[in-house]
Each structure stands twice: as structure tokens, then as C-alpha cells.
Design a protein around this ligand. Structure first.
Ligand code: PMP
Length: 411
């Protein structure tokens, strides 16, 4: 008998499973709105011209393939923290931000989770509160890191907006010194972000309750089109004196998905503490994967450190954000004005970033999860089972068909 005969089949990944179903569909009309990867106007993957430029420069340099240090490429991590915290950041100037390159955003969360599980000083407070709902991988990442995962209210289905009262109540009710995960911008999967005023109130509660804020910033630039505007919450918390943890990803804003470029950082008290923390981050990383991949970090570092390419990249991020925003407006207009689809669709316009939660609006009119499935089977339109769609999958050629399919599903 095989050693592994007792192993039961695990459930398919809720997001990547959608892509599998999409690939198997032979219809010419098919649309994949499942996975959160940017697509250009022709529905094709998009390699940013700034990335191509950086790659040309790198090819010319004929770099070797030696290992990076455990915490990655120093030119990259230096630029990554500058992008997130801002050039005027006080802890940055005072050289007290500990940072490591990571295997994209997921790896940053995982290294951060493991570091906190090992070193967070409040033994019975290794509890991380994540929003309800949150990115589907947050729970397993933090659970596998050794933290207890709990939820705080975030999304109000009735308004298809932020449940700010619930959020405040839950954070106030959390045990003091618990850890709280905050999506820095473009909340996934709801597309709903707190306003600057609401962020200030959240910061006050975090202060009062001595919570430890862990920011996940996977979409810097995607919410507003401006990387600095999208860093508002992170920078505000740091200005208020919070010692934050931060996971960054360059998958979306540089389109470097498969290159796995990210960073994990922690604000510390002074350079000596920073050096001690850095040394312990190395001890967390070394047995996990030894050191991070080379190529993507070189691309990101080249873009971020070269003023001309940097300016070009900022424009390209803005272009991606604007195309998403224009699809949002078109979808709203198609449903409300052209088709007169039952239900309220205002949230499509007011939500931020790449994801739109369409199920709450559809479910007002009685569409069930089975009907979402029917949308895939009958109309060849694929989205995650919770009704999340990636707006970037829409373009001028397919948006009309998508709107009509939603309209039929709702009616
Ligand atoms: N956090 C959030 C909220 C995300 O949506 C994602 C990507 N879907 C990630 C982290 C991590 O992605 P990656 O590991 O590809 O950077």
C-alpha cells in the first residue's frame, strides 16, 4: 500500500480554479474576470514599456547569476521602502526601517507572519485581525505562520460600502496589543477603501488599543493612479508614530507577477535596533528559501532608481488605473442607462482599484451562487464564486457582451 494512500483530495484554489475552467472553455465569447491580473485593451497580458526598457539596460550590463544576499538586492529594498514610506519619511531618513526583499507580496506576508510569530513580545496576543472579507490567502498565510486569525467587520452588503461602525466596534473590542491587518489601498476583494478621515480614526483606535498595524500594500498606484496618493494610509500611520509592518508587492503596479518581486519592512526605534531586527529577519528567511530571486529585483531597482524610467513608469501605472476607471464608468452606464438592469449599480463607480464586488448588487435581485455559475456555463463569463470580478479583464470589445450577460442573469 502506498505511503500516501490516506491523503484526501484538497479543494481547488478558489481563484486559480476559475482560470482552469476558463481555459477549458472553447467559446470565442469567453471572458475571464477571475484572476486579478491586468489586461490591456485587447485583453492581453501587459508588459510595461518601462519594464522592457529596464530589461534592455540589464541585458547590456551582462550581470552574473550569483546568489543575492539573504535579504535581497540592497538597491531594490532601498528604493522599495522609499516608494512606500516616501522620500521625506522620518524613520527612513533616520535609517531605522528594517527591510528584506521577499517572494512578492505573499512572501512578504509570510516572512512577516513568521517574524511576528517568533518575536512579537506579547505572548498571548499573537492574534491577527483581518478584514471580513479579505484576500483569500490571508487566513492560510497567517495560520501557517503560527498566528491565530480572527476577523473584523469591513464590508456592508446593504450599502456595498465600508461597514465603518462595525470595523471600529470590532477593533475596539479586540484584545489590547492584537495585530491588525490593513489593506493599504484598493482592498481586495471588495474594492472599498476607508477615506483619509476614516484612516485617521482607525489610527486613533490602533493607538488607544495599542494594536500592532500590519499593512498589506499589493496595489500601490492602482487605486488612484498615483503611487504617493495610494500610500496615504501607510505614511499617515508612520507620521503618527506607529511602528508598522509592511508587505509590498510589485506584481500589479509593475506587472511583474511571475517575477515575484516584493518587500517586507518593519519600522524600528533606532539604527541599532534596526540592525538587530535585520539580523533576525535573516534567521527567519534563511531556512525558508535561503535568498530571493534576482531578475525581477534588478528590473524594479532599475526603474525606481532611474529618474527618466521612473517618470515613465508612474505614467504607465496611471494609464492602467485610468483604463480600469474608464471600464468602471462604461459598465455603470451600460447597466443603468443602456440596459436598465434591475438593482443599484452605483458601487461600480464608487469602488476603487481593480476589483468590483458585483454579487451584493446582483443578489438584491435574487441571483444565487448557482446563477453565478450559470453565467459561466451559459454566457462563458468567469468570476470567482463570491462574485468578485477583475475590472481589468474588461475592454471595449467585451464590455457590452458582459453587461448584457449580467443583465440577463439578473432579470
Ligand atoms: N495581498 C493582496 C491583498 C493581494 O490581492 C495579493 C495578490 N492577489 C497579494 C497580497 C499577493 O500577491 P503576490 O504574491 O502575487 O504579490
Amino acid at each position: 500500500v502506498s505511503t500516501w494512500s490516506h491523503i484526501p483530495a484538497g479543494p481547488p484554489d478558489p481563484i486559480l480554479g476559475v482560470t482552469e475552467a476558463f481555459k477549458a472553455d472553447t467559446s470565442a465569447k469567453k471572458i475571464n474576470l477571475g484572476v486579478g491580473a491586468y489586461r490591456d485593451e485587447n485583453g492581453k497580458p501587459y508588459v510595461l514599456p518601462s519594464v522592457q526598457k529596464a530589461e534592455q539596460i540589464l541585458t547590456g550590463k551582462k550581470l552574473d547569476k550569483e546568489y543575492l544576499p539573504i535579504t535581497g538586492l540592497a538597491e531594490f529594498t532601498r528604493e522599495a521602502v522609499k516608494l512606500a514610506y516616501g522620500v521625506d519619511s522620518v524613520p527612513l531618513k533616520e535609517n531605522r526601517i528594517a527591510v528584506t526583499q521577499s517572494i512578492s507580496g505573499t512572501g512578504a506576508l509570510r516572512v512577516g507572519g513568521a517574524f511576528i510569530a517568533r518575536h512579537y513580545p506579547h505572548e498571548n496576543r499573537k492574534i491577527i485581525y483581518i478584514p471580513k472579507p479579505s484576500w483569500g490567502n490571508h487566513t492560510p498565510v497567517f495560520r501557517d505562520s503560527g498566528l491565530e486569525v480572527r476577523g473584523y467587520r469591513y464590508f456592508n452588503k446593504a450599502t456595498v460600502g465600508l461597514d465603518f461602525a462595525g470595523l471600529k466596534e470590532d477593533l475596539r473590542a479586540a484584545p489590547e496589543r492584537s495585530i491588525v491587518l490593513l489593506h493599504a489601498c484598493a482592498h481586495n476583494p471588495t474594492g472599498v477603501d476607508p477615506t483619509p478621515e476614516q484612516w485617521k480614526e482607525i489610527s486613533d483606535i490602533v493607538q488607544e488599543k495599542q494594536l500592532f498595524p500590519f499593512f498589506d500594500m499589493a496595489y500601490q498606484g492602482f487605486a488612484s493612479g498615483s503611487t504617493s496618493r495610494d500610500a496615504f494610509a501607510v505614511r499617515y500611520f508612520v507620521e503618527q508614530g506607529h511602528q508598522i509592518a509592511l508587505a509590498q508587492s510589485f506584481a500589479k503596479n509593475m506587472g511583474l507577477y511571475g517575477e515575484r518581486v516584493g518587500a517586507f519592512s518593519l519600522v524600528t526605534a533606532d539604527p541599532a535596533e534596526r540592525a538587530r531586527v535585520d539580523s533576525q529577519i535573516k534567521i527567519v528567511v534563511r531556512p525558508m528559501y535561503s535568498n530571493p530571486p534576482l531578475h525581477g529585483a534588478h528590473i524594479a531597482a532599475t526603474i525606481l532608481s532611474n529618474p527618466d524610467i521612473y517618470a515613465q513608469w508612474e505614467q504607465e501605472v496611471k494609464g492602467m488605473a485610468e483604463r480600469i476607471i474608464s471600464m468602471r464608468d462604461k459598465l455603470y452606464n451600460a447597466l443603468t442607462h443602456d440596459l436598465g438592469t434591475p438593482g443599484k449599480w452605483d458601487h461600480i463607480k464608487s469602488q476603487i482599484g481593480m476589483f468590483r464586488q458585483v454579487v451584493p448588487a446582483i443578489s438584491f435581485t435574487g441571483l444565487t451562487a448557482d446563477q453565478t455559475k450559470a453565467l459561466a456555463e451559459k454566457a462563458h463569463v468567469y468570476m470567482t464564486a463570491d462574485g468578485r470580478i477583475s475590472m481589468a479583464g474588461l475592454n471595449n470589445s467585451n464590455i457590452g457582451y458582459f453587461a448584457e450577460s449580467v443583465h440577463k442573469a439578473v432579470k
